[in-house]
Design a protein around this ligand. Structure first.
Ligand SMILES: [Zn+2]
Length: 88
């Protein structure tokens, strides 16, 4: 299973097996900044959850970009309107 890059620094992530008491737990950790996922006893689930973090951070980035872009669009439309002599 492929691990996506770290959502924080885009560093390489690795899946580590940890022994907690008598059970094996899995944790994904970034090799660059040390960001880690929560411990889970399911290896695949750990990896999936890690990968979703990057998706979410990408989504957040797009929402932020869009939110920054909307006022720009409004201002542009207003200026274009003024320039063309239109009154809203
Ligand atoms: Zn990182």
């Amino acid at each position: 299973m492929k691990l996506e890059k770290c959502p924080c620094c885009l560093g390489e992530a690795e899946l580590a097996e940890l022994a907690v008491g008598n059970s094996e737990m899995w944790q994904v950790t970034c090799t660059s900044c040390g960001l880690s996922s929560e411990l889970d006893d399911d290896k695949v689930f750990s990896a999936e959850r890690w990968n979703k973090r990057l998706e979410r951070s990408r989504l957040k980035m797009w929402v932020t970009l869009l939110a920054a872009f909307i006022p720009f669009l409004v201002v542009s439309a207003f200026l274009a309107g003024s320039f063309l002599g239109l009154r809203l």
